[in-house]
Ligand binder design. Structure first.
Ligand code: FMN
Length: 376
């Protein structure tokens, strides 16, 4: 069989799985996942208890996104922080019911108003893992002290990995339990400018990943800090590349899991993924200036041309000034979560156009990890 034979890669993956992928899950504090996969947190309202519980019950790690999680509560407009706190507790309990033994955590963005309060609420509710990106979570260990929550910063460079390890070691005498590396193919807000996405997209980010793996080894000592790769991981070949060719401990997957029955997004949102063509996946600037990836639609066309009035501030991002933004990102994401697609910002990863059908979480995870999938 030559390297060009399409069957060759499949055989190589199968052999590798027999050797490695089958045995390892991810260490999460006192627990160990059966599958080496984290379901990426997706706000607003895209990864709640339904998706996180389904992934956790299959042996992966399910993440509930805390981003404006309380948007359906009656008090949200008046007091978004209290609404979010109540929904963090409620969604966690619902996910725990779906997966009593599973690993369930939260994705909580550093850039959010109320970040510290949300982290404390999630850890006290019993979250197994807290994942924090959109800023460096320098003081995260202080907010979870006295709880068993494992901690995972999301980083996009070796510099950031070095910085967080050094700071946590110095200030808190501990290291991250996992390092999640989010590359330029990811969905939602990105840690890269459009120029950097161009320059570092696809496999061109591999060199930075190798540098991050080196940091994880240096700081981990005898046992390297487990590194989980995120961004553009969609099929078995991607898992194989991340874990076998690059040497990551696991993968974080978001976009592929949007088009599942269990995903908490409304069906119109999932349909937008199914309808999207490659050229519909675009980079856009969010109101606070951060680049993000989304599906081009009527809303994005309108937002590029005109100011969309901001009716009320929902206290989402710390750096936002509601008098200076072209539209309110919370409103646009809540419209998406409600299936009001004319007014929706539809975040997605670069592979969203590849979705062909609505699948079950179990089938996706079986396809990605056929030999390691646990008996149920
Ligand atoms: C619809 C959508 C919403 C997302 N929302 C968030 C978020 O609120 N906070 C965050 O840290 N990451 C967010 N992400 C990033 C994911 O957690 C994940 O790391 C990334 O998308 C992985 O790449 P993939 O989508 O190609 O699998 C989002 C991604 C998507 C697709």
């Amino acid at each position: 069989m030559s390297e060009k034979d399409p069957g060759w890669k499949d055989l190589k993956i199968k052999t590798a799985e027999k050797n490695a992928l089958r045995i390892k899950g991810l260490p999460v504090g006192r627990k160990q996942s059966k599958l080496p996969v984290i379901q990426g947190g997706m706000g607003v309202g895209i990864s709640l208890s339904g998706l996180a519980g389904a992934v956790a019950s299959c042996g992966g790690i399910g993440l509930i996104s805390a981003a404006q999680i309380g948007f359906r509560r009656p008090e949200f407009d008046r007091d978004p922080v209290s609404a979010n706190i109540a929904s963090i507790k409620e969604e966690f309990q619902k996910a725990r019911k779906i997966a009593p033994e599973g690993i369930i955590g939260f994705n909580i963005m550093v850039a959010m108003h109320g970040y510290e309060t949300y982290v404390k609420t999630a850890a006290e509710a019993g979250a197994d893992l807290i994942v924090c990106g959109a800023g460096l979570p320098v003081d995260l260990p202080a907010y979870t002290a006295g709880t068993p929550a494992a901690l995972a910063p999301v980083i996009s460079s070796a510099r950031a990995a070095e910085l967080i390890c050094r700071m946590w070691k110095h200030r808190y005498q501990r290291l991250p339990d996992l390092l999640i590396v989010e590359g330029p193919e990811a969905g939602g807000h990105l840690g890269f400018s459009p120029e950097e996405v161009e320059e570092k997209g696809g496999r061109r980010f591999d060199e930075e990943i190798k540098r991050i793996l080196a940091v994880a080894e240096t700081y981990g000592g005898n046992e390297a800090i487990p590194v989980v790769l995120a961004g553009g991981i969609y099929d078995r070949a991607d898992v194989f590349h991340a874990m076998e060719e690059l040497g990551a401990t696991g993968v974080q997957i978001a976009t592929r899991l949007v088009t599942t029955e269990e995903c908490d997004a409304p069906s119109a949102y999932k349909q937008a993924y199914l309808n999207a063509k490659k050229e519909d996946i675009v980079l856009t600037k969010s109101p606070v200036g951060m680049p993000g990836r989304a599906i081009r639609n009527e809303f994005l066309r309108r937002a590029a041309k005109e100011q969309i009035p901001v009716k009320a501030c929902h206290k989402c991002l710390k750096k936002c000034d509601p008098t200076k933004i072209p539209y309110c990102i919370t409103d646009a994401l809540i419209h998406a979560a409600r299936g009001e697609m004319e007014d929706a910002l539809i975040f997605c990863g670069s592979n969203a156009w590849r979705a062909e059908k609505i699948e079950r979480v179990e089938d996706v995870l079986r396809e990605l990890f056929p030999l390691s999938f646990p008996e149920r």
